[in-house]
Structure formats: structure tokens, C-alpha cells
Design a protein around this ligand. Structure first.
Ligand code: ATP
Ligand code: MG
Length: 418
């Protein structure tokens, strides 16, 4: 019997896996520089955290969760997203009683039972950032700028920002009613008609052309914002323009989670086909109370690592191989092997990336391995070289070879990479 990764999942293997690491690092770097602390929460939670915190009417809760009963009879769900867990942890640790906002970032695996296709997996990775307990347009704008800078740090040029405001407790009900009235007059199937009553905003997000074509005259949330929401949104837009972040106002942008209020945004990339969203986020002022916490107005985003790698590939950015070697050592003979082993350890301790040929292969196979490693130099040492006290250093780009005293190998190589 042989096994394969489960449907909708895949393995990150070298060298491509290096890009996944590089993406996690680059997407989180701006947030780390902006005072966001690292948080790690469990990969599974009490199912009710998500049914309440993500929303009973969302695709995630109705169709996509991996839910099971554990041996203690508890209903457990593999986390489909990160925000609910972060809010749960912040409440649990009493942070709302301290200095606010609490700024946190995270990176991890998420699980959704989705229709598997390119860019849509059942196990995927996100980098996320959340600022909890702050109601300030500068905080919304800060998070957006951090994400924009994260994508830019990877060299991506074609990530577009879509921006909207979903209103608040004051103005959303009137908009919701107006939208419901409009939607009830359309020709829609039964599940969609039910959705009108539970969560009409989500109908705007329906991707089917026959639904979209009927939505042209739908009332827009931006025409129904209260004064406070309008002013808040204007301030966010102004701050983004001040720092040179361009965006498209998208009055139809709603997102798949129930908890969003006011600022809502999505990052899209046009080189990815149907799975165009590389990240998204927004303000979720009511979430804390929905899961039993104190009022805690907050804003955050989650950026998809898998789709960001695909976006980089679409822009031809996966060419320069990350994480290659500096030096590849080739011992020829038993004595030389012991000496090389020590030299390799010393070089690594000096901060160089170094690998060596294992398994006593012949010189031909070992030099092939050196080439494949992408190393700049091959360090070759035979038993006879040992007696002479000199090793061969071969520049693998020019094929030029020089003899260097064994005692100076570490210093010489250190010098070449400093
Ligand atoms: P979509 O509309 O594509 O289903 P979403 O609104 O469900 O996305 P979010 O919950 O906002 O996505 O998650 C943030 C980001 O995580 C998305 O923009 C996307 O890049 C990534 N993501 C979400 N679901 C998946 C998945 N199943 N596979 C790979 N990446 C995903
Ligand atoms: Mg989704």
C-alpha cells in the first residue's frame, strides 16, 4: 500500500519550499517592525468559537469546517482562520485591561474543506496581523500599509488593493433592509433567497454571472453610511493617499466572514485566475462581544502564503533560488573526510552556508553534487593534500582553482563572504 497527501493538500518541497519561508518572512517583516508581537494559538479550538466568531451563515461555518468529536466528547474544529483564536486568546489573558491597542502577528496553517483547485486548498498558510482595542482610522491605514509593504518587499508589482466600508451598528441595519428589499425582487434560487434573509450582504459576493448580472442596480453600502462611518472612511482613504498607497473603491466588496464592520479590504492579483484574492481583512468591532468578551474594536488582515507564492510565480519572480549554499566540501579519502567534517563545522559556526559530500562517493559524483547545491565554492581535500597542508578551493562560477593552506581555509572563506 502506498500513500499520497490527502486531496486538497500538497507538500512544500525544496527548492520551492524556500519561497514559502521567504514569503512568510517578508509578509510579516513590516508588522514586526511596527510593534506587532508574535502570537501562536492552537491549531484546533472549541467548535463554538468559530460558529459564533466567524458566523453561522458563512460558507466557512456551513460547509468548510473540519469538525470532530475528541475522545473526551468535545466538539473540536481545526482552525479555518486566525482572527477568532487571536481574539479568544487576548480576552482569555486579560489583555483588554492593559495598554491598548494590542498588536499581534501570526503565521500558520489553516484548514477548510473546499473544492480543491489551483490556489484553493484544504490545508493552506496565512500570515496575519491584528490590532485589538483601537478605534482609530490610522490603525486601519497602518495595517493596510504594512500589507502593501509586505507584498512590495517580495518584488510583487501587480497586487491591487480594493477598499470599502461596511458601516456600523448604527447605519448597517437600514442598508441591510434596503438591500433585502432589492434582492427579494430578483430571480434567484432557493438557497440564495434564504441567504437574503440571513445575510443579504453575502449575496453581493455571489460569483455566478446570472446573479451578478442582476445586481447592477443594487443599493450600495457607501450610499447608506452614517456621518461617523463616512468621516472614518474618508480619514482612512486620506491617510492611504498621504503615504502613496493606491486603491480602488469597491462599494460591492464584502467578505466571507460575518464579523466585519467599517473598513474592509482585499488584495487581488490578476495573474491567478479565479483564485485572485491574495489577502484580505478589515475592521471587526463586534467580534469580541460575539464570543463573550468586552467591547474591543479591532482591525486586522490575513494574507495567503500559498497564493502569494503563485503570484510571484506569475510575475516571474521565482527565478533566483533562495537559500543556496556558500561552500560545498568534497573529501577524497578517509583521513581527509575527518578533517573536512571539522572544517565544515567551523565554517558553519562562522555563519556560512556549507554542505559536504556524504557516502564516500567518487570525485565525479561529489563535484556534481557541488554544482547542484548552487554553492559559490567547492572545497576539495584529498588525503595527499593533507600531507601537503593545502586544500583546493574551486570557484564554481569561473572554474578557477587555487590551493589554500588548510589552517587558513576558514579565514579565507569567511573573508570572501563578509
Ligand atoms: P476566497 O474568496 O478566495 O475564498 P476568503 O475570503 O475565503 O478567500 P480569507 O478568509 O479572507 O479568504 O483568507 C485570507 C486569504 O487567505 C485569502 O485572501 C487567500 O489568499 C487565502 N486563502 C483563503 N482560503 C484559502 C484556501 N482554501 N487555499 C489557499 N489560500 C486560501
Ligand atoms: Mg473562501
Amino acid at each position: 500500500m502506498s500513500f499520497q497527501a490527502p486531496k486538497g493538500t500538497f507538500d512544500w518541497m525544496p527548492p520551492r519550499s524556500e519561497w514559502a519561508l521567504a514569503v512568510r518572512d517578508a509578509l510579516s517583516a513590516p508588522a514586526r517592525r511596527a510593534g506587532y508581537g508574535y502570537i501562536e494559538t492552537p491549531a484546533f479550538e472549541d467548535t463554538r468559537l468559530f460558529s459564533r466568531g466567524v458566523g453561522e451563515s458563512t460558507d466557512i461555518v456551513t460547509k468548510e469546517m473540519y469538525t470532530f468529536e475528541d475522545k473526551g466528547g468535545r466538539s473540536i474544529t481545526l482552525r479555518p482562520e486566525g482572527t477568532a483564536s487571536v481574539v479568544r486568546a487576548v480576552i482569555e489573558h486579560g489583555l483588554p485591561g492593559g495598554p491598548l491597542p494590542v498588536k499581534l502577528w501570526y503565521s500558520g496553517s489553516y484548514y477548510r474543506y473546499e473544492r480543491a483547485q489551483k490556489g484553493r486548498y484544504r490545508h493552506f498558510s496565512q500570515v496575519g496581523a491584528e490590532a485589538l482595542g483601537g478605534e482609530d482610522p490610522a490603525l486601519d491605514a497602518e495595517l493596510i500599509v504594512l500589507a502593501v509593504d509586505g507584498y512590495a518587499g517580495l518584488g510583487l508589482r501587480n497586487v491591487r488593493l480594493l477598499l470599502n466600508s461596511l458601516g456600523c451598528r448604527e447605519c448597517r441595519p437600514a442598508y441591510r433592509a434596503a438591500l433585502q428589499e432589492f434582492l427579494r425582487g430578483l430571480d434567484l434560487d432557493e438557497p440564495t433567497r434564504q441567504r437574503i434573509e440571513i445575510n443579504p450582504l453575502r449575496v453581493l459576493d455571489d460569483k455566478r454571472p446570472d446573479v451578478q448580472s442582476q445586481l447592477a442596480d443594487a443599493p450600495l453600502v457607501t450610499d447608506h453610511l452614517c456621518g461617523a462611518c463616512k468621516a472614518y472612511h474618508e480619514e482612512v482613504r486620506g491617510l492611504l493617499s498621504d503615504v502613496g498607497v493606491s486603491y480602488t473603491d469597491d462599494p460591492r466588496l464584502v467578505r466571507g466572514l460575518d464579523y466585519y464592520t467599517r473598513t474592509t479590504f482585499e488584495f487581488v492579483h490578476d495573474g491567478l485566475g479565479a483564485q485572485s484574492a491574495v489577502g484580505g481583512g478589515g475592521r471587526y468591532d463586534g467580534l469580541s462581544e460575539m464570543i463573550g468578551g468586552p467591547p474591543l474594536p479591532s482591525v486586522g488582515w490575513a494574507l495567503g502564503v500559498d497564493r502569494t507564492v503563485l503570484a510571484m510565480e506569475a510575475e516571474g519572480l521565482l527565478t533566483e533560488r533562495p537559500g543556496t549554499m556558500d561552500v560545498f566540501a568534497v573529501p577524497l579519502g578517509e583521513e581527509a573526510r575527518r578533517r573536512v567534517f571539522t572544517l565544515v563545522a567551523e565554517l558553519r559556526r562562522a555563519g556560512l552556508s556549507v554542505d559536504m559530500a556524504f557516502g564516500g562517493r567518487g570525485v565525479k559524483g561529489a563535484m556534481k553534487a557541488a554544482d547542484r547545491s548552487g554553492a559559490r565554492y567547492a572545497l576539495i581535500l584529498g588525503d595527499r593534500d593533507l600531507e601537503a597542508g593545502a586544500a583546493q578551493l574551486k570557484d564554481l562560477t569561473t572554474a578557477e582553482q587555487t590551493a589554500v593552506p588548510i589552517a587558513e581555509v576558514v579565514d579565507i572563506l569567511k573573508g570572501k563572504f563578509s
